[in-house]
Write a protein that binds this ligand. Sequence first.
Ligand SMILES: Nc1nc2c(c(=O)[nH]1)N[C@H]1C(S)=C(S)[C@@H](COP(=O)(O)OP(=O)(O)OC[C@H]3O[C@@H](n4cnc5c(N)ncnc54)[C@H](O)[C@@H]3O)O[C@H]1N2
Ligand code: MOO
Length: 404
Amino acid sequence: MSLLPVADALKTIIDAISPTKNEVVPLSQANGRILAHDIAAVFDQPPFDGSAMDGYALNATDGQLGAKLEVVGISAAGEAFDGTLTTGQCTRIYTGAPMPKGANAVIMQEKITRDGDTITLEDDVAAGQNVRDKGNDFALGDVLVGMDTKLSPFHLALAAAANHPTLQVRKAPKMTLVATGDELVPPGATLQKDQIIASNGFGLTPLFTHFGADVKDGGIIKDDRETLKNELKRLLDEKPDILVTTGGASVGDRDYVKEVLEELGVDLSFWKIAVRPGKPLMFGTKGKTTIFGLPGNPVSALVTGTVFVVPAIKAKLGQSPQHMVVQLPLTTDMSSNGPRQHYRRAKLVTKPDATLGVDPNMQSDSAHLTSLSQSDSFVVQPPLCKGKAEGELVDVLIMPWAVS
Ligand SMILES: Nc1nc2c(c(=O)[nH]1)N[C@H]1C(S)=C(S)[C@@H](COP(=O)(O)OP(=O)(O)OC[C@H]3O[C@@H](n4cnc5c(N)ncnc54)[C@H](O)[C@@H]3O)O[C@H]1N2
Ligand code: MOO
């Protein structure tokens, strides 16, 4: 049976996804969320022409080096000067304070000398100098942050300045993650002969959470057909947006996940992808729930989680499902590839000339977690690609933590 190409599998997944609904959250909970509407300015910022410096407000027609001006008042933030300046007059003014009427420039206090209520300018002053015009930052009606933006601390500071105490964001997709396998025990257990620590969830949960999912731990299910069926039925009945299983995906006599999902009414779209690692990935739907059966091998689970499940989460959030892929030069030779698209563990490298390169790890055992832990990216090597030499450009899928 020929294996499904990665691009076809991704298209099938994305076509099956519909975005989550919206919810309103306070700004304090909006970081990293996906904005579900445009944020518009409901007033001008600053709301008045104001000073950008501590100094003296004057009219630039009086602003010649050596000119002497009379200080007739003070304009402070929150306490504007009410009068109107006439020729030869100025006011004391502080940063952020409104410009007095009749003034159109501010000279910094370091550039005058003061004697009683008289200042002497030690520099020429041009109209507009050190003045922030009304609406200079944003003006009524401006779109400040566009719908579908992933909100950063910088966006939130702007939303707060624009007096939006709450925002509508996409609801986090509800996910359930469950491990299958008789040999699995949680970390901290005293390991018996033949037991393995269930480690996959400890990588997958923060991976999915990072991309905006709300992940529930569905525990570990034994490789017993009836138990598996009962437990998966119970979890499907909770109608999560996405259900992810790991393990039991292959062709062994105890790999029941596929047939049990089908018995439970899951419409399986595919099983077995031309991807390395991760070949026995399965994908299907039941009602509003999207189901991924990931292979149990730890690197296979984390690679398929990255390559196939993360785009589904992004699509649920109304985001482009694309991975962050850039072209970078290899810092070492890379061997040829077989018929499956290979996501080679790799590490970004800053070269001596301060440009970036990528160092592929030649370890391809899908149970070898140490090599994965030393990686922050994957070289995406297409099927049947010949080997590549140091310096040649390759596609690199960058994990978010590689750049922070
Ligand atoms: N005859 C064939 N055998 C296999 C094939 C094949 O095509 N023909 N495919 C291989 C490939 S490729 C993969 S990948 C694996 C996937 O197998 P399963 O999904 O059935 O995984 P398991 O057998 O359940 O487990 C494999 C391995 O991973 C460990 N594991 C499982 N769950 C976890 C977990 N939550 N945390 C940590 N480790 C876990 C498990 O103990 C096994 O060691 O099949 C090949 N076989
Ligand atoms: O696809 Mo498996 O993950 O190659 O070992």
